[in-house]
Design a protein around this ligand. Sequence first.
Ligand SMILES: Nc1c(C(=O)O)ncn1[C@@H]1O[C@H](COP(=O)(O)O)[C@@H](O)[C@H]1O
Length: 156
Amino acid sequence: MILSKPKIAIVVGSKSDLQIIKGCEKILNEFNVDYDLKVLSAHRTPVETQQFAQNADKVYDLIIAGAGKAAHLPGVIASYTILPVIGLPIKSSTLDGIDSLLSIVQMPKGIPVATVAIDGAENAALLACHILTLKYPYIKELLVNYRKRMADEVLS
Ligand SMILES: Nc1c(C(=O)O)ncn1[C@@H]1O[C@H](COP(=O)(O)O)[C@@H](O)[C@H]1O
């Protein structure tokens, strides 16, 4: 589907993950990227997760999926859509997020999930913006400016 304005979905496995998602929201607002935020679980709401993922390409350009513990959500979503899926491992267990990271990054061949760092919500949103430049060139300039501001801050 051709969308005139970028729109992405952020999906998390539990409302207990929402705090970490604020990092994504901050970046997406800064880059003027619309998003819907949903709580869905491949474990607890498998039917709704499947329905969402199968229809996602009618509404969204890409999906950020964040989950903790046995974080199957990004991979399961990726299996039902051809949209790019960015996996965000969330630190929500006694294993410090290593469990989520490995669950997300170790996808079997054929169903890729682009995985960012544990709790790397800002980078998940930035990676989304980089991908979106392919279709929405205005974001490119915003990314260049973002990097320039970041460099200026480091140097000052
Ligand atoms: N990893 C998954 C999935 C899934 O992969 O489908 N569903 C929930 N969860 C995760 O379980 C953790 C604890 O959830 P609760 O706090 O609700 O018990 C959360 O970090 C969530 O992402």
